[in-house]
Write a protein that binds this ligand. Structure first.
Ligand code: ZN
Length: 300
């Protein structure tokens, strides 16, 4: 059982263990670092076990040594430290250390418990999966949106990292910067012009998000109603998909992307997907492209 304590600039604490209880201890020990007496301690890099000693009464106690005699006010800090630390566990030197999987009551590893850990950690990132998944876009496009969120589209930088191509290629749109998903789909001047035009089509303005995740989080955090909601939720998927298709046409077919054509194709995709999904025979593609404001309030 090892808790590794490291003294860094900001008193970070690390540990190498799977024992959950040690995590709790870590938090408590971390508080110690905030106490000024830490700078007086003899060793700031010790195993958990070395902070303990076994007294004559066979009980285990905390054993923290200081480089000098503590002053009166530091005695109080020492007592505070001891009071904050948990009751020390007894260490049996006759037993062999072994790993314990505390995510499951029996201590044995099962895949389900690992899955639950991952699932809980994913919840920390509020991915707008439901809104994206329930949008009117076709399943293939939603799956692409999922890859965009995880930065897993086959852009040049990803292929280079996986040694599939020897080096990162330049962006297919501007030919200047290295191609990454973020650059290609958001930060490239060409992509940015497309986004700006689509935002303008919606009747709004914005500031460029710093990442694709931020973009999607912000986008799906907006609340619209009626037909406007359906339209809004498919727009980012239509944009990233259209940019990706344009990029592939440039890379594999040497077809130079035309900004205006891509913008029109995005509007047509949005209109087609929403019309098909909501069964709105009264509205034409032309209405979507040129009278979007009039459609947003249509009740479904
Ligand atoms: Zn570019």
């Amino acid at each position: 059982m090892v808790v590794e304590i490291r003294h860094r600039k900001k008193f970070l604490v690390e540990e190498s263990s799977l024992c959950q209880k040690q995590c709790e201890r870590r938090l408590l020990v971390a508080k110690w670092f905030k106490l000024q007496i830490f700078i007086c301690s003899v060793e700031k890099y010790l195993n958990y076990g070395k902070y303990l000693y076994e007294a004559a009464d066979n009980q285990t106690h905390w054993n923290i040594s200081y480089r000098r005699t503590l002053r009166a006010w530091e005695d109080e800090l020492h007592l505070e430290l001891i009071s904050r630390l948990p009751q020390p566990l007894s260490i049996n030197n006759n037993c062999v250390d072994h790993l314990l999987w505390t995510a499951f009551p029996s201590g044995s590893f099962i895949v389900k418990s690992l899955y639950e850990i991952f699932e809980n950690s994913l919840r920390l990132t509020p991915f707008p999966i439901m809104k994206m998944w329930k949008s009117a876009a076709p399943p293939k496009i939603k799956a692409f949106g999922w890859l965009v969120w995880w930065n897993r589209i086959a852009s040049s930088d990803l292929l280079a990292r996986r040694l599939i191509i020897p080096a990162i290629n330049h962006c297919a749109f501007c030919g200047i910067d290295n191609e990454s998903a973020l650059h290609l789909l958001l930060h490239c001047n060409f992509a940015w012009k497309v986004w700006a035009e689509i935002i303008c089509w919606w009747g709004s303005q914005w500031v460029s998000p710093s990442s694709l995740q931020d973009l999607l989080l912000w986008w799906y955090g907006q609340k619209y109603k009626n037909l406007g909601k359906l339209i809004w939720e498919v727009i980012p998927l239509a944009v990233v998909w259209s940019l990706w298709i344009a990029r592939n046409n440039m890379v594999f077919n040497s077809k130079v992307p035309v900004w205006g054509n891509i913008v029109d194709s995005i509007k047509i995709k949005v209109a087609t997907w929403v019309k098909f999904y909501s069964h709105l025979p009264n509205y034409t593609i032309h209405d979507f492209m040129h009278c979007l404001d009039g459609l947003k309030g249509h009740k479904l």
